[in-house]
Design a protein. Structure first.
Length: 211
């Protein structure tokens, strides 16, 4: 079955329409695992070498970006390894669970840390969410992207001294950015990061000196 996938499904021009159809099913062409990267590959949710019978099963082929597909490799769920979220079946994609807080880093610079937080306790789901973040290396990737957002926003405010936005205006602007940049995704890192920026008194008052 693995040979069937490698030699026929991935290379045969006759099934290119099927491959493209699966990739194009991802909303806005974005990887459903991270919500950020462009879909370029197909991931086997269950590793094809260990679950040969599902190698070409449609439910086991998930559109993904190269970073997520590479990070996941042949991750196999087990008793001590919770399964990552499956874009086709998991309702967790429509439940808010990704949160962020802004803290003062060791060099006095702002830093955003992401976490998992459910409104209702669910240990099994929480374990899967933490596994999802770890397997796809989203802690580091979201952190790096959020760091760039912090830098971009600071440059935006300081690029035009005549703009002189007030604390209230900046807070409102950040909350609006959280909504606009989420792309309608409930657990977008953009929304969590900008909400953290908007709600941090230290960031707005002391660091940006808006008070």
């Amino acid at each position: 079955m693995c040979d069937l996938y490698d030699k026929q499904f991935t290379k045969n021009i006759g099934v290119e329409r099927i491959r493209s159809g699966i990739k194009n099913a991802a909303p806005n062409g974005l990887c459903p695992y991270c919500g950020q990267g462009s879909v370029t590959q197909l991931d086997h949710y269950l590793p094809k070498k260990q679950f040969a019978g599902t190698t070409v099963h449609p439910a086991n082929l998930v559109p993904a970006c190269g970073d997520c597909n590479f990070a996941k490799l042949e991750y196999k769920p087990g008793p001590d390894d919770p399964p990552v979220l499956h874009p086709y079946f998991d309702a967790a994609f429509s439940v808010r669970w990704l949160t962020a807080t802004l803290t003062q880093g060791s060099l006095g610079l702002p830093k955003i840390r992401f976490s998992v937080s459910l409104s209702q306790p669910d240990p099994a789901l929480e374990a899967r969410l933490w596994a999802h973040m770890k397997v796809f290396k989203l802690w580091d990737r979201f952190g790096a992207w959020a760091g760039q957002s912090l830098s971009n926003y600071e440059n935006f405010l300081r690029s035009d001294p005549g703009r002189q936005m007030t604390l209230g205006q900046v807070r409102k602007d950040l909350y609006e950015m959280a909504i606009k940049q989420s792309g309608g995704r409930v657990n977008s890192w953009e929304q969590a990061a900008h909400e953290a920026m908007a709600s941090s008194d230290w960031y707005l008052d002391s660091y940006l000196k808006l008070s």
